[in-house]
Structures are given as C-alpha cells and as structure tokens.
Write a protein that binds this ligand. Structure first.
Ligand code: KDG
Length: 319
C-alpha cells in the first residue's frame, strides 16, 4: 500500500498513555489509550473524512502494535511508520488528580519515537506529497535526530507544489526548558506557513511585548497566519484576513488534554475545505470543545455528521 497522495501528513511520536482512575496509590487502576499531539490531529482529520497520513517510529512491542492498529482503525495511513526492533514505544502516565488538572509523567528517553530520522521524514513527505505538513514543537524536544528530521521534513515540503507547513509550538515543560525550546523552535516557526500557539507559548518563537506584536513579528518573518489559542476564551488569528476572533463553545470539561490538537484538526479541516479564516477558527473551537467532554485525547472527536449535530445545538436524543 502507498500513502494517499495529496493528504495531510503529520510526523511525530505517538505513545501509550496510561491514565489513572483517581490519584496514584498502590492498586490504582489504569486505562491504556493512544496519545500523541500529531496523531491526535491526524485522527481529528480522518474522522472528518480527510485523507491523512502519520509517520513516526514505534517499538516492536504491544504498545507499538496498539498505536498502529488504533491509527489504522481510525483511517490514518501509517505506511510511512517504522517498527524499531531495538527501542521501545514511549509511554506516559497521566494521573487523574481531580479537581486539580492531571499530571503527566513521560517515559520516552531513548524511545523508538525519539529516533525519528531525516530519512523517514524525507521519504514520508516525498511519498505523501502533502497539501499540509503538520509538525509540533514536541518532536524537536525528543532528540537532536528528531529535531533534524523536522527541518528535513519542512525542506522536503518546500519541494511540494502548494504544500503548506503548519507548526504547533506545543511547549512541554517536562521535556525541556524554555530557553532551549526557544532556541530550537524559533527557526522552525519562522519557516512555517501557519503557526499555532497558546498566548504563553508565543514568546518562545517571537519577539514582542504583546500577542499582536509577536504575531506581527512572525508574519514579517514570512509566516502567513498566526493562530493563538486561548482555551476556554476561544481563539484568534492574525493573517491575510486580518485579525479574526472566535469564542469557545461552553461545554462541561472532563479532560482538557488533547483540546489543542483537536482545535488544530478542526482548523486544518476547514482550511482543506476551502473555508475562510473565521470558519477555520469556528471548526477548531468546535472540535476543541468536543474533545474535552470525555476522557482521552481524541476519543470524543466527531465525524462530519456528529459535528453538524453539535453545531446545530441539538439537545434531543436521535431515536
Ligand atoms: O496534546 C496532547 C499531547 O500532549 C499528548 O497526547 C501527548 O504528545 C504528547 C505529549 O508529548 O505531551
């Protein structure tokens, strides 16, 4: 099987996520799920019917097999993925500390995913000829090799006519410090077409004393659109359509992890559908809202039909 040409391509590390039922003590039960910022975006797009491929490395172990079967089952093309015979699939433990936010511990040093390499990246881009290449700032935090693969992927995407590069800053304080992240991520951000960040991530990749100034600095450096996520307060963007704002959907939040990736999936879906910036933000906000209504990063993401039901505000059971 070959990758779907013209699809969205995303590269990164996908992990086994062990989510505790309550605080962690002896005997606490865990649910195993599949997580990873880039594959969350891929699943969001696949559920909305877009052809999408994920590339990365998993170990030859049960969690690696779960990652691949889950992504395949969600309709994500994984032909560009490699099963590494000598490194394990990364895992993370998510401690449910309700009513406090969850706490995440990563087990990914030396993982298969951290061995993402330039060869895989170049081949995945050449095979997919993507309309959109989506990358996140998590990957360069994993290893020098993974950071180089990100640059190679962007260079390769530049050879694909009409391809857009989307970069979500996704700073993870448990992987590196802000100074190292800023040094590594700024060159990536300025070589992207779309930069997505929360307001507190934006200073990592742009100079300025306000969101407006930082967005302007990125646009002067060549970025077409800067999208700023404000969580429960919605999102805004700065781009060819000027300054566009969008409120969040009020929903009851169960689990906020994955909301940002869901937002990106919705935003890119509307972009691929040829919709304007306001509609891109609206679809992003809708997916972000739906993602937080249940446990797991992506399990609550909608199909097209479910998205329509949500946007119509339906309250009655369908029966
Ligand atoms: O955005 C959700 C991700 O944070 C989660 O799925 C795991 O990729 C992950 C990470 O590095 O935090």
């Amino acid at each position: 099987m070959t990758a779907a040409v013209g699809a969205v391509l995303t590269l990164g590390e996908t992990l086994g996520s062990f989510r505790s039922h309550g605080r962690i003590t002896a005997g606490t039960e865990f649910g195993l799920a599949v997580a990873g910022a880039e594959s969350n975006v891929a699943i969001a797009l696949a559920r909305l019917g877009h052809p999408v491929a994920w590339g990365g490395r998993v170990g030859d172990d049960p969690v690696g097999r779960l990652v691949l079967t889950t992504l395949r089952g969600e309709g994500v093309d994984v032909t560009g993925a490699i099963v590494d015979q000598t490194a394990p699939t990364a895992t993370m433990v998510v401690e449910d500390r309700h009513p406090l936010p969850p706490s995440v511990t990563y087990y990914r040093a030396g993982s298969a995913g951290s061995r993402l390499d330039a060869d895989l990246a170049a081949r995945a881009v050449a095979g997919a000829q993507p309309r959109v290449l989506h990358l996140s700032g998590i990957t360069p935090a994993l290893s020098a090799q993974a950071a180089a693969a990100v640059s190679v992927a962007i260079d390769a995407a530049r050879q694909v006519r009409g391809a857009a590069v989307c970069f979500d800053v996704n700073y993870r304080a448990r992987l590196w410090n802000r100074a190292d992240a800023a040094r590594a991520l700024t060159p990536v951000a300025v070589s992207a077409d779309i930069v997505v960040a929360s307001a507190d991530e934006l200073p990592l990749v742009a100079e300025g004393s306000s969101t407006e100034e930082r967005a302007a600095a990125l646009r002067e450096a060549g970025v077409s659109t800067v999208v700023v996520k404000h969580g429960k307060r919605g999102a805004e963007s700065f781009g060819p359509d000027g300054h566009v704002e969008c409120p969040a959907h009020p929903v009851t939040e169960v689990d906020s992890i994955g909301a940002g990736d869901a937002f990106v999936g919705g935003y890119l879906s509307a972009l691929l559908d040829g919709l304007d910036e306001a509609a891109r933000l609206r679809r992003g906000a809708a997916l972000g809202a739906l993602a937080v209504t249940g446990r797991g990063d992506w399990e609550r993401l909608p199909s097209r039909a479910e998205l329509a039901v949500f946007l119509a505000g339906a309250e009655e059971a369908e029966r």
